[in-house]
Design a protein around this ligand. Structure first.
Ligand code: NAD
Length: 246
């Protein structure tokens, strides 16, 4: 007898990612047990689902984490754009349940994270680091969650605090300061997601680029994360854990 398919409570179901997750779930043999968007009530559906997958809005995350904890259900969070001041409290809440939280669920971007760490470590501060991202005109947050993770990796490797970040430049900015890490968010058209990390030295420059052309890559990764996280002990995981890259 075939095993019962995993049942997902999907929030943000009518959005671009919600629709891509619905399609990916169909391909991967996972059931969308409840498709919730604005106006829907996840609390009414949680009892009959095995795992929550969220691609809605940053304002929804806290209540979803509390719901997951109250019902002892695992959760996959794909939503980005949480204010920095709130992130730590959300991460503490997330660690009370089995939770995969990733700003990007693609395999290629997770390799980019590893390559970025290696490059930042080997090249050191003589190579100026800049992150450039481009997304479609409808994206609401900037810089992207993926760019934020790339910046975090560079800051970690260089032992710098968030004050080293430089969001865009304009006017008489003066010479680039040593230790500064630049970030630039471009918006337009239907670009699914491009990220470049640049390490520019005197006489040479390394650029690591990832270009997503189909949001199915994020959706499949999120469904894979949902399959992986069911039955795991409580704790905060990321896509590197799901892919076994740690
Ligand atoms: P979208 O605007 O197309 O869809 C969001 C949907 O969520 C909308 O249908 C909206 O009505 C719904 N929604 C808003 N608040 C809600 C709430 N409280 N409860 C239930 N539904 C609610 O956006 P999108 O392009 O699908 O992106 C969604 C999120 O996923 C964004 O934060 C985006 O940055 C992120 N994202 C993450 C990844 C990743 O790999 N982690 C990839 C792409 C996008």
């Amino acid at each position: 007898m075939p095993a019962t398919p995993l049942s997902v409570l999907l929030t943000g179901a009518k959005g671009r990612m919600g629709q891509a997750v619905t399609q990916a779930a169909r391909e991967l043999g996972v059931r969308i047990g409840a498709a919730i968007d604005l106006g829907g009530d996840p609390a009414a559906a949680i009892g009959s689902c095995d795992v929550i997958v969220d691609f809605s809005s940053p304002q929804a995350t806290r209540a979803l984490l509390e719901l997951a904890a109250a019902h002892n259900k695992p959760i996959v969070i794909g939503t980005t754009g949480h204010p920095a001041a709130e992130r730590e409290a959300l991460r503490r809440l997330a660690a009370r349940v089995p939770c995969v939280w990733a700003g990007n669920f693609s395999v290629g971007v997770n390799l980019l994270f590893a390559l970025c760490r290696q490059a930042a470590r080997i090249l050191g501060e003589d190579y100026d680091a800049e992150v450039v991202e481009m997304h479609h005109r409808f994206k609401k947050d900037a810089p992207s969650g993926t760019a934020a993770r790339l910046l975090e990796i560079i800051l970690e490797e260089r032992k710098l605090g968030p004050q080293a970040l430089r969001h865009g430049r304009s006017g008489m900015t003066g010479e680039r300061k040593k230790g500064e890490v630049g970030v630039h968010a471009l918006r337009g058209g239907d670009v699914v997601g491009d990220h470049t990390v640049m390490f520019a030295g005197l006489g040479e420059r390394i650029e690591l680029t990832h270009k997503a052309s189909d949001r199915a890559i994020f959706a499949r990764g999120a469904v894979r994360a949902a399959q992986w996280v069911v039955g795991k002990p409580a704790g905060l995981y990321d896509m590197q854990d799901v892919l076994g890259l740690k």
